[in-house]
Design a protein around this ligand. Structure first.
Ligand code: FMN
Length: 366
């Protein structure tokens, strides 16, 4: 039973949706990294539900750092951050009544009925608030090394945004602070309307997020089990509702010929670059110096008001469910900041494996 990810940098998640608090412990941070409320609060705000396209459960996300920070800088010892749960309505959940597509039944199978069923318990995306908060610290640490991460909504139901360009640095800077991040902002209203239509029908829709990372040095990652694709997909599939991850042209590469899929190589001011980036900045599990590009497919929210066939596992009887209570009619648009946070934690870990933790220490510290 494991809730920890990482090698040199590890993150452990704890807490339940309707318990007193959720949180994260991050171990392996370099000493002397700035920890600023502005960054943490901004990331928490990007994850917080807003408007008709999100759940009505809005939490203030007041966080507390219990350890690992002194005078606004990391100490290098484990950083523990907690966020209180204040806005809960546990009566909306009936223990034993399995929501199709959710983790109620699988959680019961694993934890033998001792799991906290309220609001999805430890399986709730509420826990991702802690990732957004600690991710802010690590995103800042990467930015100080000129590595930037940004995610936009590539698809919402049947509507598609354009994809990142070959040099996405400016696009990353723009989307990373947007609450509904799009490269083509004219899609904002129609995409929101699609989510609202699904909600009005007592239903939900899915979507795709596309992420780009600029500034990763070439040569980071391990050839086999800790390849950059392996590490990133491990964490990205940990995000609730993610059911697909692809790098570069991903599944599309299978339909191409080698002459199309290969990224021709050339020199630009003495630096090796590729003419295209079909491989998403990774070859042999190792970064090639081009931007990393990958996509995550999010399924539609499982908790929907439409009646569905299910089982009550407390009585082992077949029954019907029409989920009431407060739910997101689509979840993907709340997840860009979570994807950015997990990407940052993973790349920090890979960079620390390659160069050591002190690579992140400012010159004043070394
Ligand atoms: C930001 C975010 C918000 C979510 N909100 C809800 C929600 O309101 N209701 C719901 O049923 N599922 C929601 N989910 C999805 C479930 O947590 C997820 O589908 C469930 O834990 C089962 O995991 P799986 O879909 O990965 O199999 C959300 C996911 C994310 C990332």
């Amino acid at each position: 039973m494991k809730n920890t990810f990482g090698n040199v940098l590890t993150v452990t998640l704890f807490g339940e949706s309707h318990g007193p608090a959720i949180g994260a412990v991050v171990d392996g941070l370099a000493p002397g990294l700035p920890v600023t409320d502005a960054s943490i609060a901004a990331c928490l705000a990007l994850r917080r539900p807003a408007g008709a396209i999100a759940t009505a459960r809005v939490e203030p996300d007041a966080y507390q750092i219990l350890s690992g920070v002194y005078n606004g800088k990391t100490t290098g010892t484990p950083l523990c951050l907690t966020i209180g749960n204040t806005n809960v309505r546990s009566g909306d959940y009936t223990p034993g009544l399995a929501r199709p597509g959710h983790a109620d039944y699988t959680g019961f199978c694993k934890y033998h009925g001792f799991e906290d069923p309220r609001g999805g318990g430890h399986f709730s995306a509420r826990v991702t608030a802690a990732l957004a908060a600690v991710g802010a610290i690590v995103l800042d640490a990467l930015a100080a090394k000129h590595i930037t991460v940004g995610t936009h909504i590539a698809a919402c139901g049947s509507l598609h945004d354009r994809t990142f360009s070959l040099d996405p640095a400016g696009e990353i800077d723009r989307v990373k602070t947007m609450p509904f991040p799009l490269l083509d902002e004219s899609l904002d209203a129609p995409m929101r309307a699609q989510i609202e239509t699904a909600k009005a029908q007592g239903d939900s829709i899915g979507g795709i997020l596309e992420t780009a990372v600029c500034g990763m040095p070439a040569g980071v990652g391990e050839p086999w089990f800790d390849s950059i694709e392996s590490l990133l997909s491990h964490v990205l599939f940990s995000i609730p509702a993610v059911k697909g991850v692809e790098f570069g042209d991903g599944f599309g590469l299978a339909g191409q010929q080698g002459s199309q899929a290969n990224d021709a190589m050339r020199l630009q001011n003495g630096k090796v670059v590729t003419v295209t980036n079909h491989n998403g900045g990774i070859n042999g599990g190792i970064t090639n110096g081009m931007p990393l590009v990958f996509r995550c497919a999010f399924k539609p929210t499982p908790s929907i008001a439409k009646p569905q066939q299910t089982i009550d596992y407390s009585t082992m009887k077949e029954t019907e469910i029409a989920v009431q209570g407060r739910h997101d009619p689509a979840v993907f648009h709340r997840a860009p900041v979570i994807v950015n946070a997990l990407t940052a934690l993973t790349l920090y870990d890979a960079l620390a494996m390659r160069f050591g933790t002190d690579w992140f220490c400012g010159e004043a510290v070394l």
